[in-house]
Design a protein around this ligand. Sequence first.
Ligand SMILES: O=C(O)C(=O)Cc1ccccc1
Length: 303
Amino acid sequence: MLGYFGPAGTFTHQALLTFSTDPAMPFATVGEALDAVREGVVEAALVPIENSVEGGVTVTLDTLASGRPLTIVREVLLPVQFNLCARPGTRLEDVRRVLTHPHAAAQCRGWMHEFLPAARITGGGSTAAAAEEVSDPSSKYDAAICAQVAGDLYGLEPVATGIADNADAVTRFVLASRPTEPPARSGADKTTLVAYMRADRSGALLEILEQFSSRGVNLSRIESRPTKTGLGNYCFSIDAEGHLRDPRVAEAMLGLHRICADVVFLGSYPRADGVRPAIADGFTDEEFAAARAWYASLIHPED
Ligand SMILES: O=C(O)C(=O)Cc1ccccc1
């Protein structure tokens, strides 16, 4: 069974329904969803990873970067639209306290400022959990910022629709499973990894970038995240175009292992937008087996 960042009606749930309508298990937090994968409670879980307006979902980046490794096997892109939903009979001018997910709050900030400048916005679990909370007549919250489906599901009515500051916002979700062979190379793939920089060294980030640029591998995302081991210690969460079975990507990974304190491979999987990178052909199975053996000997030379 698959898990997802829930409850039912979240944007993550909608993203899940684009590729599976089998029964799935909701989790109240991204951490719980990914832990359930690590513990074998679910086979894999879908979680949000980044938004075109707000950037990275830090809890997802950090939970994937540390702890027992997981493998991203699929990505989903979903356009997101937000409504302000309240218990039936509520008027816009009655709304004083609003509950939602922090990313939703950030994406509707301008609208809220213009139309409900006095309202207090609280960032909680998820947009659907906010709708569920607001559906309780004794709730201290008057309205939730959520998807139309969440409002419908929890018996709320839209007080305002399409309230996002950017109508074209897209959120990207990833399906993380226990460590597994990456899905086969499709020719339009993406590889996600985390590179831990060696302690303060001038040019360390440039060296990381060079592993990709010198091999013609384009990056589609790079974010620095604190390693939580002390102020100034960072790792880089990176999406590169291509598959681990593309020689240039595999060589870039090897290069990273030579210059970084640690490298966590988080998976190679088909790109949701199907864009094919300008990159050389993939390895044959034999070439890949040889490259992998070499790679393993570099990472664990004592074995
Ligand atoms: O809270 C949700 O519904 C989510 O799935 C997270 C989220 C929040 C805002 C935009 C996209 C995803």
